[in-house]
Design a protein around this ligand. Structure first.
Ligand code: GLN
Length: 196
């Protein structure tokens, strides 16, 4: 399986490392022509407003939207989740997302960098063992539309992981905690899409 990691900005190296450890062949993606051979793509954490600007500047935004429409499996973490959201709340002026997930996300929903935190989440789709989740100036999924499914919620009920067809998104960063189950789950989606 050939999986790309969008490498415009953010923690793309950490995702590449996890995916390689799970046996995927990994391409760092910075140009639109690098999308064509991919079976799946990860959009990393970072800063969504910057990622958006770079994606548009380098002519990647429209090809990425086309890939989403075409059913390419894509997993977005944190800023990557924001990029995949149909609606972004508290974006900077003019901020655009790629869309695809029928959700509204609120950027920086927990406050500033110093309000970053870690917690354990029960995610039945990934098994019994709780998922240790790191939230860094994280977004929250404020509205889950009818086409998307919530996979994980905080104790207060706020949604922090979603899935919709071939798209997967988390507010937190499994790539930095040694938690491989989300990437494995994603690679299963990639494998299923390759078989189809
Ligand atoms: N606050 C960032 C944003 O709006 C996301 C932070 C992250 O990816 N860790 O894009």
């Amino acid at each position: 399986m050939r999986v790309g990691v969008l490498a415009l900005q953010g923690d793309f190296r950490e995702h590449a490392q996890v995916l390689r450890e799970l046996g995927a062949s990994v391409d760092l993606v910075r140009r639109s022509e690098e999308l064509a051979p991919l079976d799946g793509l990860v959009i990393p954490g970072g800063e969504s407003s910057v990622m958006d600007k770079l994606a548009r500047t380098f002519g990647l935004a429209e090809p990425l939207r086309a890939a989403i429409r075409g059913g390419l499996p894509i997993y977005g973490t944190c800023a990557g989740l924001i990029m995949l959201a149909d609606t972004v709340l508290d974006g900077i002026t003019g901020q655009q997302s790629l869309g695809g997930l029928d959700i509204a996300v609120r950027r920086n929903a927990f406050g500033s960098q110093t309000a970053s935190f870690e917690t354990d989440l029960d995610i039945p789709a990934l098994g019994k063992q709780p998922v240790h989740a790191v939230f860094i100036r994280a977004p929250v999924v404020e509205t889950v539309g009818p086409r998307a499914t919530a996979l994980a919620t905080l104790d207060d009920g706020r949604c922090v992981a979603v899935e919709q067809g071939n798209l997967l998104g988390t507010s937190f960063h499994p790539e930095i905690t040694g938690e491989y189950r989300f990437h494995r789950y994603f690679l299963q989606k990639v494998a299923a899409a390759v078989r189809r």
